[in-house]
Design a protein around this ligand. Structure first.
Ligand SMILES: NC(=O)C1=CN([C@@H]2O[C@H](COP(=O)(O)OP(=O)(O)OC[C@H]3O[C@@H](n4cnc5c(N)ncnc54)[C@H](OP(=O)(O)O)[C@@H]3O)[C@@H](O)[C@H]2O)C=CC1
Ligand SMILES: O=C(CO)COP(=O)(O)O
Length: 373
């Protein structure tokens, strides 16, 4: 079968001819995004922290650990040396775990061109600071917002690596910079749109992971489509309320970076968050689930900081609250639902909460009464 990138010929390549970009991180998303950029005609160098991964990409055009069966473009190069990866790169795409990003930025700063734009592909929140990734970049590198962009959307890596068509949003407060990022990431099978709502675009990617965990949990329990549809619908309401309270435009949450990504992640068995939730719903502990997962499931780490921010902002997130209770072993997975469980719903023996927590849940439940579905 002719691939879309081969069929499209040089139209995309011409627009990006000579554009040097770097991708930091060679897991499933870093490698896939590097392929998108290369198929869009950019001159891409990936950085892998393990030399054997860089070597396999460079020599065999494969990353067999993260993208089995996928051939990578010949124009893609890889290295385990940060200075080489960053040399001359105007756009630097970051595809590392959210909890390591700060240290990765500290490591790469000496080699960074002061005119470079940093583009986060990461969908998590820093646990220790509750910062979004664009905030971590600004904080660590002391960059202005016009030098920081994010890309997010319904982007399950393996599907895109196989050139199945989809889209994403590139966002920066400077529309010109968002357009530059989008131009670099427009491949025949990957269309990148633009907006200037960095907060909404970024939070869409963070929050959908938490709802996907809830979907996985009820799937693991054996509940069907009604339960999942209700969780997705109410989940989107939670995502939107939280994001708007954080400064986002609500329209962003009904676009590719919100609803689009929510649907993809909640429906796909390839989603790591969905998979982690399913294991927990089947009765594995959080620790056992982490051990079984070979890849990053950002949602598990993001739950506590998101709830902390929600409380600060006076936002009620019943589904995320319940995910937290299940993850911490305080509620059995079968009691998770689209509404907030209270002690009236859950037999006391199944709910190992202290009385302050029950009081909090009751207060949240009271505030939920009359909420539109
Ligand atoms: N996969 C997907 O479909 C999508 C993922 N994302 C986001 O992309 C981000 C990266 O995830 P993804 O590529 O999927 O994760 P993977 O689990 O596939 O890969 C993780 C990558 O991070 C590297 N890594 C781990 N620890 C460190 C560290 N301390 N310093 C530097 N690199 C490290 C790993 O290197 P090593 O192999 O050496 O361990 C590996 O390259 C996440 O925030 C995720 O939410 C966004 C959209 C889609
Ligand atoms: O962000 C993603 C899809 O857009 C990938 O989701 P997972 O991290 O759950 O695999």
């Amino acid at each position: 079968m002719t691939t879309r990138s081969a069929a499209a010929g040089s139209v995309h390549s011409d627009r990006n001819r000579g554009r040097r970009v770097a991708v930091i991180g060679a897991g499933s998303w870093g490698t896939t995004f590097a392929k998108v950029l290369a198929d869009a005609g950019c001159d891409v160098t990936m950085w892998a922290r393990r030399p054997e991964i860089a070597n396999e990409i460079q020599v065999a055009r494969r990353n067999s650990q993260y993208l089995p069966g996928v051939n990578l473009p010949k124009t893609l190069t890889a290295t385990d040396d940060l200075a080489t990866a960053l040399q001359g790169a105007r756009l630097v795409f970051l595809a590392v775990p959210s909890q390591t990003l700060r240290q990765n930025l500290i490591d790469l700063e000496p080699y960074l061109d002061r005119r470079s734009v940093l583009v986060s592909l990461v969908k998590g929140v820093e646990k220790t600071t509750t910062m979004r990734m664009s905030e971590v970049i600004a904080d660590t590198l002391d960059l202005g917002p016009e030098r920081i962009a994010v890309v997010s959307g319904p982007n399950i890596a393996l599907e895109i690596a196989k050139e199945q068509p989809t889209g994403a949003v590139a966002s920066c407060v400077d529309l010109g910079v968002a357009q530059e990022v989008a131009m670099a990431a427009n491949a025949p099978y990957f269309r990148t749109y633009v907006n200037t709502d960095v907060i909404g675009t970024e939070l869409g990617g963070v929050l959908k992971n938490l709802i996907a965990l809830a979907i996985g949990i009820v799937d693991g329990v054996g509940y069907g489509e009604n339960t999942k549809a209700a969780i997705i619908t109410r989940g989107l309401a939670e995502m939107t309320e939280f994001s708007v309270a954080s400064g986002a435009d609500p329209a962003t949450l009904s676009g590719l970076a919100g609803l689009g990504d929510l649907i993809a992640t909640c429906q796909s068995p390839l989603s790591r968050n969905n998979t982690a939730g399913r294991l927990i719903g089947q009765g594995y502990t959080q620790e056992e689930t982490r051990e079984q997962m070979q890849q990053v499931a950002e949602g598990i780490t993001s739950v506590p900081p998101v709830l902390e921010l929600a409380r600060e902002r006076g936002i009620v997130m019943p589904i995320v609250e319940q995910v937290q209770m299940v993850l911490s072993g305080k509620m059995q997975p079968e009691y998770l639902g689209p509404h907030l469980a209270t002690e009236d719903d859950v037999p006391q023996a199944e709910l190992s909460l202290g009385s302050p927590q029950i009081g909090r849940l009751k207060r949240l439940f009271d505030r939920m009464k009359g909420t539109r579905g």
